[in-house]
Design a protein around this ligand. Structure first.
Ligand code: NDP
Ligand code: GDR
Length: 319
């Protein structure tokens, strides 16, 4: 039985990836941070099937011990301080967790299980102020937040450990992917949750930041398949994972209100406090390489995704 170790297993992607790997017959080990209240919401339905180990990406010895004890065949590094606005409030923490954390886990692999295959959760935020449209594996990086900068470091240290130590290390450059399990502060979930609350009469307005920003959005359940596929290839490599479609935040908001028969203009207020110090105006990825080599494609469309999220938020709030 293959063993997989997931950091960030309590996060959106960690929960979908754990489900996928369990279905494929893997023994799944997940790293969790100690906190004063338990945080297993996204994995509660598979909690008894995962072996949890305590650790933190800022703590080398916990990573060393985890790798030494588990001796995993595959390691998926999904843990990060992943919310872009927080990276301006906590730039040093973000660099430490999201950037240096990658070196720490690679060091643990190099020392104790060098033949483990490694997946790094890189991000389209590395493209930031885009140098090419659409963005591919060859497009230069120009990050626009401390988060984006930390991810560029994580990407290159992954490439470097592959080249220096021959570790089977892959960097998946994933564009925004969402789901009903998305954190409430990210724009899609913030909008679908607010729309459901407005529909149910629980709140009266939705405060938004920059509605002109454009993103390439897909469904998290599709995107975790690409992570696994990367580690099943003969050679380690880096891949852009994207839908290849671009939509604005405004379109997202209007679509979500349309699904419940309301008009966005009656409820949305623009709030300057929600604008970012430096914005990523537009992102659109080319999934060509992933299509050709991994046989991967984004299946759930933008409109299906938003509908799924609105319906699930209505169901959750209604019950
Ligand atoms: P989430 O924010 O939902 O999950 C982040 C996970 O990291 C949580 O399990 C969190 O634990 C854990 N974590 C945070 N800090 C630490 C730490 N210091 N040590 C150990 N674990 C920690 O992110 P997603 O699931 O959306 O994203 C997964 C990864 O993919 C992240 O690295 C993200 O940056 C990256 N990414 C995400 C994209 C997206 O659109 N979703 C796109 C591209 C990249 P806890 O539950 O305790 O907070
Ligand atoms: P992003 O996602 O920064 O792309 O990072 P987010 O959903 O936070 O923002 C997307 C765009 O929407 C604009 N926006 C708002 N965003 C939020 N959160 N709240 C608002 O009220 C709001 N109004 C407008 C933002 O300005 C931005 O342009 C996500 C994270 O998951 C990262 O970890 C990941 O690496 C990237 O996606 C790819």
């Amino acid at each position: 039985m293959k063993k997989a170790f997931i950091t960030g297993v309590t996060g959106q992607d960690g929960s979908y990836l754990a489900e996928l790997l369990l279905n494929k017959g893997y023994a799944v080990y997940g790293m969790v941070r100690r906190s004063s209240v338990e945080n297993y919401e996204r994995v509660h339905h598979i909690r008894d099937k995962i072996v949890f180990t305590q650790g933190d990406l800022t703590d080398q010895s916990s990573l060393d011990e985890a790798i030494k004890e588990i001796m995993p065949d595959e390691v998926y590094n999904l843990a990060a301080q992943s919310f872009v606005p927080t990276s301006w409030n906590q730039p040093v923490l973000t660099s430490d967790v999201t950037g240096l954390g990658v070196t720490r886990i690679l060091e643990a692999i190099r020392k104790y299980k060098p033949d483990a295959k490694f997946y790094q959760a890189s991000s389209s935020e590395m493209f930031g102020k885009v140098q090419q449209i659409p963005q591919t594996e060859k497009t230069s990086f120009y990050p626009r937040s401390p988060y984006g900068v930390a991810k560029v470091y994580g990407h290159w240290i992954t490439v470097n450990y592959r080249e220096s130590y021959n570790i089977f290390a892959c960097s998946g450059i994933l564009f925004n992917h969402e789901s009903p399990r998305r954190g409430l502060e990210f724009v899609t979930r913030k909008v679908t949750n607010a729309v459901a609350k407005i529909k149910l009469g629980l709140v009266k307005e939705l405060r938004m930041g920059n509605m002109d920003a454009k993103r390439d959005w897909g469904f998290a359940g599709d995107y975790v398949q690409a992570m696994w596929l990367m580690l099943q290839q003969d050679q380690p490599d880096d891949y852009v994972i994207a839908s290849g479609e671009i939509h604005s935040v405004r379109e997202l908001v209007e679509l979500a209100f349309d699904f419940v028969g309301l008009k966005a203009k009656d409820y949305v207020i623009t709030d300057q406090k929600l604008f970012r110090p430096a914005e990523v105006d537009q992102l659109i990825g080319s999934p060509e390489k992933a299509r050709k080599i991994l046989g991967w494609d984004s299946k759930v469309s933008f409109s299906q995704l938003i509908q799924m999220m609105v319906e699930e938020d209505l169901r959750l709030l209604g019950s």
